[in-house]
Design a protein around this ligand. Structure first.
Ligand SMILES: C[S@@+](CC[C@H](N)C(=O)[O-])C[C@H]1O[C@@H](n2cnc3c(N)ncnc32)[C@H](O)[C@@H]1O
Length: 182
């Protein structure tokens, strides 16, 4: 989605903080039903069959927890961790925080991560912060699903390779790439 498609009264104003924008936009402007259904189907096909090493299964950006709950049903609640600005469902496995303050969570072993914080276009600072965190915390043999270079808008794949990840496959028509940590 580009800025033109954000409803006028939800567009970020000059100098608006990213978290303030995201809190409003994702609750009031974002159409999530089809998005979530497509992702649940995608994960059943592309993520659930993966042979994961030990470690947490992490979702950055859990919104209303519908997709996250499908992960908990598959991998078990104790193994799943979600990070989000809000937790209206009071889901027990969600860490409520602005991911720009992720420092204290470093050294969390991650077997699989999907980074779905805001977007590279709309909340670049938060997305970069969660991206940098994931790169450090995925264990050898673990997986990381990110946006393709086209959608991220930069050479994310080269940066992943420099950080010891190899591309496994494209999913959802090239919208995402699954990487493995070597
Ligand atoms: C695309 S939605 C996530 C959708 C979710 N993965 C799902 O499958 O339904 C992006 C989420 O990122 C969250 N987000 C944006 N900026 C954030 C920040 N700085 N810290 C934590 N969460 C943030 C938003 O609140 C929003 O719920």
């Amino acid at each position: 989605m580009n800025n033109q498609e954000i409803p006028i009264d939800l567009r970020p104003t000059d100098n608006q903080d990213e978290a303030e924008f995201a809190n409003k936009f994702y609750k009031e402007g974002w159409v999530f039903d089809q998005y979530q259904e497509d992702r649940i189907n995608l994960f059943r096909a592309a993520l659930f069959p993966l042979n994961l090493p030990d470690g947490y299964v992490v979702m950055f950006g859990t919104h209303n927890c519908k997709v996250f709950q499908s992960w908990c049903d598959h991998w078990g609640e104790d193994r799943c961790l979600g990070f989000e600005l809000y937790n209206d469902e009071n889901h027990p496995r969600i860490v409520v925080m602005d991911v720009r303050n992720l420092g204290k969570w470093c050294s969390t072993p991650v077997a699989l991560c999907w980074n779905d914080i805001g977007s590279w276009e709309r909340t670049p600072e938060a997305r970069r912060r969660s991206y940098d965190w994931v790169k450090k915390n995925v264990v050898v043999g673990g997986y990381y699903m990110e946006r393709s270079d086209n959608i991220a808008g930069w050479h994310l794949s080269s940066n992943m390779e420099k950080n010891g990840f190899e591309k496994c496959h494209d999913v959802l028509g090239g919208a995402y790439v699954i990487y493995k940590k070597l």
